[in-house]
Design a protein around this ligand. Sequence first.
Ligand code: ATP
Length: 443
Amino acid sequence: MVLRIGVDDTDSLRGMCTTFLATELVRDLTKTWDLIGFPRLVRLNPNIPWKTRGNGAICVRIGHGRGRPHVVGWIDGSEVRAFPHGEGIEDSHTVADRVAALVERWSRFEDPGTNPGFVVLRAAPPEHLYWTGVRSVLTMDEVLRGIGPGALVRPYKNGRGVIGAVAATAWRPHDRTYEILTYRREGAWGTHRLLSRESVIQMDRKFPSTFNNYDYEAGRIVLAPRTPCPVLFGIRGDDSKLLRPAMEMIRGEVPDRWLILETNQGTDDHVVRERPSAPHRTVRFRGQVRSLPWTIRGGHVLFSVDSHTVAAYEPSKGFRGIVRGLVPGDTVEIVGAVRPDWGTVNLEKLRVDSLAPVTRKVGNPVCPQCMRRAKSRGRGAGFRCEICRRHFLNSSAEAIPVPRTLAPGWYEPPAGSRRHLSLPLKRWENGSSPIRRRSQSSG
Ligand code: ATP
């Protein structure tokens, strides 16, 4: 059996990145064994309060390679290759010792929130551990019960990283994307990243199967992190073969190494079709807009859908303009994360299903007998003809339709404020997501 290595929770906000550790694992382990398939970056529940940033764990599969290898990276001046199939390694303890040396070398143990853990498994754990890990909350017991005999489990500190490590090894991709991650030489970590904006825009236009590269609304490069981590930039896309030429178009600081990872980013795997009830979940539901949107301090825009409050936060910028165009009576489909405090749904995507008619009053009703305009009897009290005393309802006022600023369809925040797991609409438009039909026909 091919060995599956899962690792999580090695970094802190002050530095490092679990994907850099993936490059170190690949660098070291491929001196002795072969890489089987792409290394994987598996994002887990984005609503877990104890995550550092993007709740990402890694999974690397190694064995004795079979079939024709393909290039998946460049480290220490040489190409890294992965095999499509492989045969097993008997001695998983030696593998675990090599992994331990790297986890211990690179983890930020000094950070109180960093609790590394890794596993070396002979078989993939049950798939439900991935789905619970990406959509809900897993316990350590559940995870340890799920892994088979012969599994090597190495927790550090409180060992919480083992949860993400197992969930990552349990992923069997239904939908998948790829990310080419480039890294800086160690001396440059923490310094300003110099990348050419024009080259990012050119690359984005030349490779439409890539996504989340550039925020055209804010004029900001999105493919490079703003943290002091070792990543220089990452390009996400549907076609793994196009990522290397896409990377080669980016001008500026030269990457020291790079690696292509298979990921669940941009798949909406975290989304559950249910109405908001439990916190820490990302839900998708349909309903009717019940209030005009209102803006609160900080520029966040809120509105009600049935009995739920939905929020488009300030960083979603122009997306709030879409939300402000809603009126009571519109029907919508909401994708968003349920906040633990007030149960507010933090909007990730919005579909306008149908638009309620909006009219503007232009005059009081005309009495058909006297041919004179009736007089208002006060707010909400209708009208009365002053000559024949006949009553008219409010709805009989003369009104004209007001054109709506919104059209039915899906809307999403700009690239810079999307979640890693959120399926970008571009993937539907390109037809690259296998869940396209299901998602569209459902509404
Ligand atoms: P980065 O993205 O920068 O690598 P991170 O955001 O992945 O960091 P971690 O430091 O890995 O954050 O912390 C996440 C922790 O939460 C890990 O210990 C992981 O095992 C645990 N965890 C992840 N998903 C779940 C889940 N669904 N249920 C319970 N624990 C989880």
